[in-house]
Write a protein that binds this ligand. Structure first.
Ligand SMILES: NC(=O)c1ccc[n+]([C@@H]2O[C@H](COP(=O)([O-])OP(=O)(O)OC[C@H]3O[C@@H](n4cnc5c(N)ncnc54)[C@H](OP(=O)(O)O)[C@@H]3O)[C@@H](O)[C@H]2O)c1
Length: 510
């Protein structure tokens, strides 16, 4: 086979998944049904699961293997990326699928698990290798890892891949503020090496996010302009039409800053702003990302409300239908102060980005579902064309939906003298065809192959919590005066516009 370049190697889904048993804690939950099982089925279909593989679902409700398989089949039919389901592939996969009923803190349950895993090793030749997927409420992360260790179910970390391995995928959120993230890290590193911990952030599994590095580091036309000499501002937007739906209880504990900004948006920011790594090795990339996070200027304590704006949706209309206010959603307090919208201005204090504001906004019940990164370039001196300054060149990396990249530039209107912006538009779907693999497919496959490049390292997370915990504290101490402060179906609170207006800028129309 032709030798791949490092970039091609990085972008290639890892196909050297190693033999193992994967245990999913929380297997009767929503995430497993909607994302993990469909991802495993699609990996099986694409021939990317190891030949020697078995999967065990661990949860509290009693069920037989057969019941679990039937329920999972229904979920895969509903949520799989590829349809219709190939029953032959499912049969093959479901023969390797088992259910284990136990409480997370019950010693006897782990002893039974040990026996089951031992039997599966013998049956499927999975060689004592384990991947544990913690798809549970975060309050269970520590106890599960502790119990696994106490029952001899965690092998020590070895650089040498020939030894047994234990890898643990931890769902988000990793902590709910700085102190709890530090406490959780202390708990899990009693039993695991950092290299065994795979903190999942599914944004990193998305094709467009990975393509961001390819775009930057393989195209000199972009990278040579990627600095404060040419870029005026960067806007990162995560806009959702949906409200919080049935996740009221979860959302009341989380809010937008914790659920989206602290993890996904900070990851996007660090990939946009990082320096080129010296190789595409996991740690080389993560070293550069963490430097960005550590260079973000702490938010100003004295006038925090000018740099960070929070909002909560009121009633309004989405696609012509009236929708309720956040405070009227199920399992939400009628006096809740939890935010469903955040906008902020950040600065990165390094040579590349000095003076370039990064504007972040994330909101629920906005008019459209769009996640994008917009790089807005500086303009030329404005004396040749009368309306030149209205239309800055803008490179937009669209993460969802319609993944792609577009470049807005100015063009002369035929026959006229004035300018008009036109768009060069690349869309993954129309260019490459098919549907790209789901983020969870790529990430599970990478973990089975021992590649943690697309998982968040602890120091990245720590830097992010250090930046944002003062905001949480400030909000706790100063309840919002006017919640709800934006109607569903609008672009968020007015105060969010003011962040940019002060600097003579405005949010992009999405
Ligand atoms: N759902 C999503 O869209 C989503 C998206 C991103 C991240 N996440 C994260 O993924 C994780 C799981 O979320 P989820 O929505 O799937 O949660 P969920 O629907 O509430 O499922 C929780 C699971 O944990 C099991 N469980 C709870 N307490 C247990 C105990 N004491 N002993 C044994 N099993 C117990 C439940 O089993 P029984 O039902 O049998 O009691 C169930 O299988 C969370 O960390 C969440 O933040 C979820």
């Amino acid at each position: 086979m032709e030798k791949l370049s490092p970039l091609e190697e990085f972008n290639r889904p890892k196909k050297n998944a190693q033999p193992c048993v994967m245990v999913i804690f929380g297997a009767t939950g929503d995430l497993n049904a909607r994302k993990l099982m469909p991802a495993l089925y699609n990996l099986e279909q694409d021939g990317e699961l190891p030949v020697h593989f078995a999967c065990v679902g661990f949860a509290r409700r009693p069920k037989t293997n057969e019941q679990f398989r039937t329920e999972m089949f229904e979920k895969v039919k509903e949520f799989s990326r590829t349809k219709p389901i190939n029953e032959q592939v499912w049969d093959q996969f479901s023969n390797q699928l088992f259910y284990h009923q136990s409480e997370f803190h019950e010693d006897e349950g782990y002893e039974r698990l040990k026996k089951l895993l031992h039997d599966l090793d013998a049956k499927f030749d999975t060689q004592g290798n384990r991947v544990y997927y913690l798809s549970t409420q975060p309050s269970y992360f520590s106890i599960i890892i502790q119990k696994l260790s106490e029952h001899g179910l965690i092998s020590p970390y070895h650089e040498n891949a020939d030894q047994h391995f234990t890898r643990v995928i931890i769902e988000k959120p990793f902590g709910h503020d700085l102190a709890s993230a530090e406490a959780l890290q202390e708990d899990v590193t009693k039993y695991l090496d950092e290299n065994q911990i795979y903190r999942i952030d599914h944004y990193l599994g998305k094709e467009t996010v990975q393509n961001l590095m390819t775009l930057r580091f393989s195209n000199p036309i972009f990278e040579s302009l990627w600095n404060n000499h040419h870029i005026d501002q960067v806007q990162i937007s995560v806009s959702e039409e949906q409200g919080i739906g049935t996740r009221g209880a979860f959302w009341e504990e989380a809010g937008m800053l914790r659920d989206i900004v602290q993890n996904h948006m900070m990851q996007l920011l660090s990939i946009v702003a990082m320096e080129p790594p010296n190789s595409l090795d996991a740690n080389a990339i993560r070293n550069e990302k963490v430097k960005v996070m550590q260079s973000v200027r702490p938010l100003p304590k004295t006038h925090l409300d000018k740099s960070v704006v929070r909002g909560q949706y009121d009633t309004g209309f989405i696609e012509g239908f009236e929708v309720p206010a956040y405070r009227s959603e199920p399992n939400v307090s009628p006096t809740s102060n939890v935010e469903t919208y955040v906008a902020m201005e950040l600065h990165i204090d390094n040579w590349r980005w000095a003076g370039v504001p990064f504007y972040l906004r994330a909101g629920k019940r906005l008019p459209k579902r769009i996640t994008e990164i917009a790089i807005v370039f500086k303009q030329v001196p404005n004396y040749l064309f009368s309306n030149n300054n209205e239309f800055p060149n803008t490179l937009v990396i669209r993460i969802q939906p319609n993944e792609g990249i577009s470049l807005k530039m100015n063009c002369k209107v035929p026959g006229m003298t004035h300018l008009q912006p036109v768009k060069m538009d690349f869309r993954y779907g129309s260019y490459f065809g098919g549907t790209p693999p789901e983020a969870y497919e790529r990430l599970i496959c990478d973990c089975l192959s021992g590649d943690n490049t697309l998982f968040a390292r602890y120091d990245e997370l720590l830097a992010s919590w250090k930046l944002l915990t003062p905001v949480l504290k400030h909000w706790e101490e100063n309840p919002p005066e006017a919640f709800p402060n934006y109607h569903s179906g609008t672009w968020g609170p007015k105060a969010a516009d003011a962040i940019l207006h002060r600097e003579g800028r405005k949010w992009r129309l999405l």
